[in-house]
Design a protein around this ligand. Structure first.
Ligand SMILES: Nc1ncnc2c1ncn2[C@@H]1O[C@H](COP(=O)(O)OP(=O)(O)OP(=O)(O)O)[C@@H](O)[C@H]1O
Length: 241
């Protein structure tokens, strides 16, 4: 199957320092790829490169076979940034309809997106009065108005309680089951096991690129946290050798 995105020898500098270093990978279509790593490891930078809003030093990122961020792919990729980008003084419906208008979609598309994220009962509520999870879901609806084939979500579950996180992950799984490609970043290792494939980032390099199951098997560890630490130690030993 043709990958939804291909990252080829990607190098990115920010503030004059290398932030992503020689990354190579691909993102499978119709699946959930988790981008995991500690704070500052480069997750947001990689996400920005996939969406096509990040200046890169060298290498390439292609999405659906076209350069990331090009006009032809922009509508096919939905992006939810780390901070819910919605207007607190507008209702859920008005927020999503506003996004729809911006992207040349109609009110029917907006209503479909609201239904898709399970926010129909809250459509008339002001965004200011929503819970954290509902705000994230509204942002997700805004990203879904163009019915994108790929969704890129930057730490969508940060600050949410376990029940809300569970609900959101059910939503993500349903979106992937409908054929959409999801890239989801997180620094919470227990979310890793919910992904089909994992990219573990540390200091701008991939520590691992594998399924959660295979990562546990190859490291011989019981949890993702332990597997991550195992790989960090292994990398340090390799450097010393
Ligand atoms: N606008 C910027 N100018 C200069 N350096 C930046 C800028 N944004 C990020 N960086 C640096 O790039 C590195 C990677 O940042 P990035 O935001 O991609 O990490 P992250 O893994 O998403 O972190 P977090 O989990 O805290 O959001 C960090 O060292 C950060 O300080």
């Amino acid at each position: 199957m043709t990958p939804a995105a291909t990252i080829n020898h990607l190098n990115v500098d920010r503030g004059g320092r290398p932030v992503l270093r020689a990354l190579n990978t691909h993102i499978n279509t119709g699946s959930i790829t988790g981008l995991l790593g500690p704070s500052g490891s480069g997750k947001t930078t990689l996400i920005r490169a996939i969406v096509g809003v990040q200046k890169i030093r060298s290498g390439s990122v292609s999405v659906f076979g076209l350069p990331a961020g090009s006009t032809e792919v922009r509508r096919r990729v939905g992006y939810v940034t780390q901070h819910a980008a919605i207007y607190p003084d507008l209702t859920v419906e008005a927020n999503v309809r506003y996004f729809a208008a911006l992207y040349g979609a109609n009110t029917h598309d907006a209503d479909r997106a609201i239904t898709e994220v399970g926010m129909t009962d809250h459509a008339k509520q002001l965004a200011a009065n929503l819970s954290g999870g509902q705000k994230t879901r509204t942002s997700l609806a805004c990203a879904l108005v163009t019915n994108p084939e790929m969704l890129v979500l930057d730490e969508p579950t940060v600050g949410l309680d376990p029940v809300l996180r569970e609900e959101l992950w059910d939503q993500f799984r349903a979106l992937a089951a409908s054929g959409k490609t999801l890239v989801i970043s997180s620094h919470v290792m227990d979310e890793a096991e919910r992904c089909d494939r994992l990219l573990l980032l540390r200091q701008g390099r991939f520590l691992a690129d594998d399924t959660p199951q295979r990562l546990l098997e190859t490291t011989g560890e019981a949890t993702m946290d332990q597997a991550f630490l195992f790989l960090v130690r292994q990398r340090a030993t390799e450097k010393e050798a």
